[in-house]
Design a protein around this ligand. Sequence first.
Ligand SMILES: C[S@@+](CC[C@H](N)C(=O)[O-])C[C@H]1O[C@@H](n2cnc3c(N)ncnc32)[C@H](O)[C@@H]1O
Length: 222
Amino acid sequence: MTMVHQRRLDGPDGRWGEMMRHARALIGAGAAAAVATWWFTDSAPYPYSQRWLLDLPLPFLTLRRLDRVLRAREGERILEIGPGTGLQSLHVAPQLGPDGRLDIVDVQPEMLDHVGRRAKERGIDNIVPSCTDAHELPYADDSFDAAYLVTALGEIPDPTRTLAELRRVLKPFGRLVVGEFFDRHQIRPSTLIALAEEAGLRVARLYGPPFAYYAVLRPIGA
Ligand SMILES: C[S@@+](CC[C@H](N)C(=O)[O-])C[C@H]1O[C@@H](n2cnc3c(N)ncnc32)[C@H](O)[C@@H]1O
């Protein structure tokens, strides 16, 4: 009788085994809740420690497609928000020529320094960095011919305010390109259309599937 009782407490079917199963289930549920909370609420900028991932090409959000939607021209002044390690900056800046200029804005100085080093290695000298939060851009109204953000808008805590700032610094007939990829921060096309309108912009065209698209926006009334 004592041995049977002992086995009931110790074995996988005993009370002890049951308690362990409950404890594991609780820990699992707690971990899942923590991951879900982080997934939906974390607004930290993309970590510099994982920068190598930013240099991997994203399907549909290719540089070739960016060229087709942005249409950068020599002599233009263009603004990029959230350049990360410079995948797009180092591609766009040379297209602007010596009389053009690419301003890049990022909240993380490590990212801007990284782009600066890579630009120097390639002899690109028309990139001007600004370590600033995109919610408040340090530029005068009507400063830019065009602006773009690739996998950055969804990461910025207040995208409507950012779009309104972009609208302010764009010339009246300026163009804005937003590239968004299916990750936890993604802004879907339908959401972008609504946010843009609040900011005085309209989505003129969408390129690519909804999970990896570029949108071209124009100031309302342009
Ligand atoms: C996912 S990375 C995208 C990098 C690059 N555009 C690319 O596609 O490889 C997002 C970038 O946005 C920047 N960022 C996040 N929040 C920001 C904010 N509030 N203002 C300015 N930049 C921000 C991050 O520091 C990071 O460099």
